[in-house]
Design a protein around this ligand. Sequence first.
Ligand code: CP
Ligand code: NVA
Length: 311
Amino acid sequence: MAAAAIKHYLQFSDFSAAEYAYLIERAAFIKRKFKAYEKYHPLSDRTLAMIFEKASTRTRVSFEAGMYQMGGSVVHLTTGDSQLGRSEPIEDTARIISRMIDLVMIRTFEQTRIEQFAAHSRVPVINGLTNEYHPCQVLADIFTYIEHRGSIQGKTVAWVGDGNNMANTWAQAAALLGFTLRVSTPRGYEVDTQLATLEGRPKGKGWENVADPLQACAGADLVTTDVWTSMGYEAENEARRKAFANWCVDAEMMAAAKPDALFMHCLPAHRGEEVTADVIDGAQSVVWDEAENRMHVQKALMEYLLLGQQT
Ligand code: CP
Ligand code: NVA
């Protein structure tokens, strides 16, 4: 009998709408236990390896704390303190780590690198951010939206800023979960249609480009943005500061959205660049819930990948 295929989480489109419905419900269940100080150790004796080839605060803390809270343990590796930094092939690293560990989370550069790792891994691999995607963050964002406002189906989300890993992931989520994403980016920084489109669906299904950021926000249920310069693109910093000057989410953009619209940002944020301080620190902002929810959704995700759906 052929071995069952390993389930990885490398991009948002790896799961179905039904799997997301389950994960959202499960994350709420796990969050309630956490808030009530109830012990929940479904992953005792399981170990997560976290490999960071880029910096992190939230991703590291949320995965590490989450794994310990579920009774498991964690091994933390970076490029600088492992043989990855001395050119050991990613395939060999995957073969070795996955013989000793139950689950792997990787933050790296090209999506092809995490795909290569997954292809040689005996255990599930989770994308903790690549140049192309950041699925755990968008899962947390959607969970946060639902917590505050109920179903996201049929709603309108405005993306203001760079057509980056977060924007690509939001675009996949829109097509999968049935909401509209309006993407407003400066010319030359649009989302990559190939990355943002779900396989087998018409191009652009679920998302549309809107040149004017204010127009993108008009009547939106959620306004969201991200840094102008993502990790790995630092050399473009100065050019980007100029190109993105009109893509700062401010009070005028929030006023154009629905009166009960939420503001989200995956963080870290640069106040005065992609968002003004009064918006990110204002009443419509849910950025702190969004950051905390990384841990709750990832606990549900790790449980699902290791133990399957719980009844
Ligand atoms: N949002 C996010 O992934 O944050 P970190 O870079 O701090 O992990
Ligand atoms: N787009 C940003 C997200 C950081 C969490 C980056 O890739 O640096």
